[in-house]
Design a protein around this ligand. Sequence first.
Ligand code: FES
Length: 126
Amino acid sequence: MTALGPVARGSCVAITVDGEEFVVWRGAGGALGSAPRWCPHLDWDLAEARVVGDELVCPGHGWSFTVAGRACKRNERGRPDDKGAIRTLVLGDAGEAAGVRVCGVAGAAPGPQGADHGVPPGGTAG
Ligand code: FES
């Protein structure tokens, strides 16, 4: 188990768990989310992403990541285009002022080429 310090609402922090890099954020509603650190679209560093509502939005091309572990891209009218499940962390949350515990990793392991950071078959890269 890995311990992470407090994660304030609207903030995003990077963490390495068993050699894999992730980001953890806390949404405006207080829920925690996690995602691979490197965007599954084109590898932007999600430690530079911003929290919008409860989602983390990649500064590269605007893909967003939900606290439920899904990636999506929104069209110009805001309609979400689901990009599939992402690899996430199993987190223990004792509240915003307390630390966060990382209890494990969930989701399919990255592909052997190293280019797939969490979007499984059925997810799209467009
Ligand atoms: S690199 Fe993240 S949306 Fe393109």
